[in-house]
Ligand binder design. Structure first.
Ligand code: F6R
Length: 607
C-alpha cells in the first residue's frame, strides 16, 4: 500500500528520499515520485512502475537538488497507475506539493467545488483535491491552510506537504493513516512506516489522528487540530537496520520463514515465568473472565486464519464460545457483541483499515478489546484496551509467515492463561501444555530442518489447481496453506474442511489432481484418512502432512511431509511451515515476484 517519506536537513534530500522509498517497496506499489525544493522552487519527478525507474530518471537523486523534500510510493485506488496519477501532486500556482496515503471519501464533491472555483485538475486522484484546497485556503499562514484543508476532508489521510514559502519546513498531518516523525541531529524525517526511518534514527514521535507537525532541520513542533501546541513523547525503536534487510536470503519471505523459531521464542519467552503465564502489563482477573459470555476474534486474511486456528485452542482449553469474524464483514454486520464480549483483534501491521473499523464497531457495542499486533505504536495497538505484541520483528515480505506463527503463539498463550484462570485446565494438563508450548521454538526449528525435500515436492505438486483439506485445527492450516499458495505463486488453490468434500467439491477431483491433506490432529486422523482414500479412488495425487511416525498416512498418501510431535492443540504453528515453504518454492519455480506479489500490498490501509 502507499508509502510516504519526508526529509529536511542540510544534505541532499533526493538520495535520502529514494532510499526511504526503497525501504517501503515491500508494502506494494505501482508508481513512485519525489518533490524536492531549493531556491528555484519545488521540482517534482514521478514515474509509473518501479523505484529503479525513478532513480534512473533522477540520476539517483543527483538531478534534483535541494535539502528538503517528500516522496511517495503509490498503490493505485483512484485512477490508473500512470505518471500523472503518481504523487507528489502540485497546486496550480506551484506553491504546494503533497504526498498522500489513504482515501478521501468526499473527493468528488470537493473536486466539483474546486473546478467551479477555477482550479484545473491534472490527475484522476482523490489526492489532488487536497493540494488545491491548500492553495484555496492559503493566505500567508501555512499551518492555518493545513488546518482548514484537513477540516474539509472526510476519510483517511497521512499527508506530507511542501510549501515554496517555507523553504526549510516540512508539514505533516494524519487522520486514520499512520505517520511517524523521525528525530535526527540537524535533520528530521517523517515516514508512514518505521522501517524507512531506522537507518537514520531510532528516536521517533508517533503522530496521532488530527495532529499536524512542522519539521525544520533543528525542530519538530506538533499541534492539535485547533492549532494548540502539544508536547509529544519520544519513543525509541528497537528494530535494527539489519532486521529490515535480507541477510543473505534470496527473498525476505524465505528469511522470515527461517526466522520463525526465534520470532516465536521472542513472543513466548518474556511471558513465561516459572510455570506461570504473565500477560505483559495487564491481567484478566478470574472475576472479569467469569463475566465473559463469549469471545469474538476479528481480523483479515492470514490473521483471520490465525483466529480460526486460535478458536479451537480457546474453546478446548477455556470452554468459552468463540466466534471468528472477517473484519470486513463484521464492520457492516449487526455484531452480536456487548459488554460481556471479549474481542481479540489480530493484525500484524496494526493498520488494516477493515480491522480498525471492526474494532471500533465492537468498542461501540461495549466490548473489551485485546489487540494482538506486531507493529509497536500502530493504530490497533493504540485503540485496543490491552495489547499483546507478537514481537515478530519487521515483516517485509507481503505474504505473512512469522507474523502468522507468532499470532498463533500468542493465541495459545492466551488460551492457556484463560483456561487456567477459570480452572478449566487442570494443573497436570496445564503443566504438560506449558512444557509443550515452551518447546514450540525448538520444534519449529526441527520442522524447518527436516523438510529439505520441499523444493522437490513443490516441483511435483504445483499445478494450475490444488486442493488443501483438513479437519479442525488442520482445516485452519489448510486455509492458510491455500492462501499462501494463491498469493505468491498465482496458482488456484481451494481449501476445504475434509468432511465437506463429498457435499459437492469431490466432483472436481480427477486423475492427477493434487490434494494436500493436513492430518496432524491425531484424534481425527482416521477421518481425514478416509477422505484421502476417497480422493485417491478418483485419481488424486495426495501429499499428506502428519506427525513423524504416522505409519497409516505413509500407506495411503503418495508423499508425506512430517512434522515433529507436539500437543495437537499447538500443531497448526508447526504444520503451516511446510506449506509456507511449498508455496515459496512453487512461486520460485514459476519465477514470481515473491516478496511483492502482483496486486497485493503489505498493509491494507484502505477499505
Ligand atoms: C497474507 C497476508 C494478508 C494479511 C491481511 C491482514 O499473507 O499477509 O492476508 O494477513 O492483509 O493484515 P494485518 O495482519 O496486517 O492486519
Amino acid at each position: 500500500m502507499c508509502g510516504i517519506v519526508g526529509f529536511v536537513g542540510k544534505q541532499s534530500a533526493a538520495p535520502i528520499l529514494l532510499k526511504g522509498l526503497k525501504q517501503l517497496e515491500y508494502r506494494g506499489y505501482d508508481s513512485a515520485g519525489i518533490a524536492v525544493m531549493d531556491a528555484d522552487g519545488i521540482r517534482v519527478e514521478k514515474v509509473s512502475g518501479r523505484i529503479a525507474r525513478l532513480c534512473e530518471k533522477t540520476e539517483n537523486g543527483a538531478a534534483v537538488p535541494g535539502s528538503i523534500g517528500i516522496g511517495h510510493t503509490r498503490w493505485a485506488t483512484h485512477g490508473a497507475p500512470t505518471d500523472v496519477n503518481a504523487h507528489p501532486h502540485l497546486s496550480n500556482d506551484g506553491r504546494f506539493a503533497i504526498v498522500h496515503n489513504g482515501i478521501i471519501e468526499n473527493y468528488l464533491a470537493l473536486r466539483e467545488e474546486l473546478i467551479s472555483d477555477g482550479y484545473v485538475f491534472q490527475s484522476e486522484t482523490d489526492t489532488e483535491t487536497i493540494v488545491h484546497l491548500l492553495e484555496k485556503y492559503y493566505d500567508g499562514d501555512i499551518k492555518a491552510a493545513v488546518m482548514k484543508t484537513a477540516a474539509r476532508l472526510e476519510g483517511s489521510y497521512a499527508l506530507g506537504i511542501l510549501c515554496a514559502d517555507a523553504p526549510d519546513t516540512l508539514y505533516a498531518v494524519r487522520e486514520a493513516s499512520p505517520l511517524i516523525l523521525g528525530i535526527g541531529v540537524g535533520e528530521n524525517y517523517f515516514a508512514s512506516d518505521v522501517t524507512a526511518l531506522v537507518a537514520h534514527t531510532k528516536n521517533v514521535i508517533y503522530l496521532e489522528d488530527g495532529e499536524i507537525a512542522a519539521l525544520t532541520p533543528g525542530s519538530i513542533e506538533v499541534y492539535d487540530c485547533t492549532g494548540q501546541r502539544l508536547q509529544k513523547p519520544i519513543s525509541r525503536v528497537t528494530w535494527s537496520v539489519e532486521a529490515a534487510e535480507k541477510g543473505g536470503y534470496e527473498h525476505f519471505m524465505l528469511k522470515e520463514i527461517m526466522e520463525q523459531p526465534a520470532a516465536v521464542k521472542a513472543a513466548l519467552a518474556p511471558r513465561l515465568h516459572e510455570g506461570e503465564i504473565r500477560l505483559d502489563d495487564f491481567e484478566l482477573s478470574e472475576e472479569t473472565l467469569r463475566s465473559v459470555s463469549k469471545i469474538v476474534i476479528t481480523a483479515c486474511g492470514s490473521a483471520y486464519y490465525a483466529g480460526c486456528s486460535g478458536r479451537y485452542a480457546i474453546e478446548k482449553l477455556c470452554h468459552i464460545p468463540v466466534q471468528v469474524e472477517l473484519a470486513s464483514e463484521l464492520r457492516y454486520g449487526e455484531p452480536m457483541v456487548d459488554e460481556h464480549t471479549l474481542v481479540l483483534v489480530i493484525s500484524q501491521s496494526g493498520e488494516t483499515a477493515d480491522t480498525i473499523a471492526a474494532l471500533k464497531e465492537c468498542r461501540a457495542h461495549g466490548a473489551t478489546i485485546i489487540g494482538i499486533v506486531n507493529v509497536v505504536g500502530s493504530t490497533i495497538a493504540k485503540l485496543a484496551d490491552h495489547t499483546l505484541y507478537t514481537w515478530a520483528g519487521p515483516e517485509i515480505a507481503v505474504a505473512t509467515t512469522k507474523g502468522f506463527t507468532t499470532q498463533l503463539a500468542i493465541l495459545y498463550l492466551f488460551a492457556l492463561y484463560v483456561g487456567k484462570k477459570l480452572g478449566r485446565v487442570e494443573q497436570a494438563q496445564y503443566a504438560a501444555l506449558l512444557r509443550s508450548l515452551k518447546l514450540l521454538p525448538k520444534r519449529l526449528q526441527e520442522t524447518i530442518d527436516m523438510n529439505y525435500q520441499i523444493p522437490a515436492l513443490a516441483g511435483r505438486y504445483a499445478s494450475q489447481s490444488l486442493f488443501f483439506i483438513g479437519r479442525n485445527t488442520d482445516y485452519a492450516v489448510a486455509l492458510e496453506g491455500a492462501l499462501k499458495m494463491k498469493e505468491i505463486s498465482y496458482l488456484h488453490a481451494e481449501s476445504y474442511a475434509a468432511g465437506e468434500l463429498k457435499h459437492g467439491t469431490i466432483a472436481l477431483i480427477d486423475e492427477g489432481q493434487p490434494v494436500i491433506a493436513v492430518c496432524c490432529n491425531e484424534a481425527l486422523c482416521d477421518k481425514t484418512l478416509s477422505n484421502i482414500v476417497e480422493v485417491k479412488a478418483r485419481g488424486a495425487k495426495v501429499l499428506a502432512l502428519a506427525f513423524r511416525g504416522n505409519k497409516k498416512i505413509v500407506s495411503q498418501a503418495d508423499d508425506v511431509i512430517f512434522i515433529p510431535q507436539i500437543e495437537t492443540v499447538f500443531s497448526a504453528a508447526l504444520a503451516v511451515v511446510p506449506l509456507q515453504l511449498l508455496a515459496y518454492y512453487a512461486a520460485r519455480e514459476k519465477g514470481c515476484d515473491i516478496d511483492k506479489p502482483k496486486n497485493l500490498a503489505k498493509s491494507v490501509t484502505v477499505e
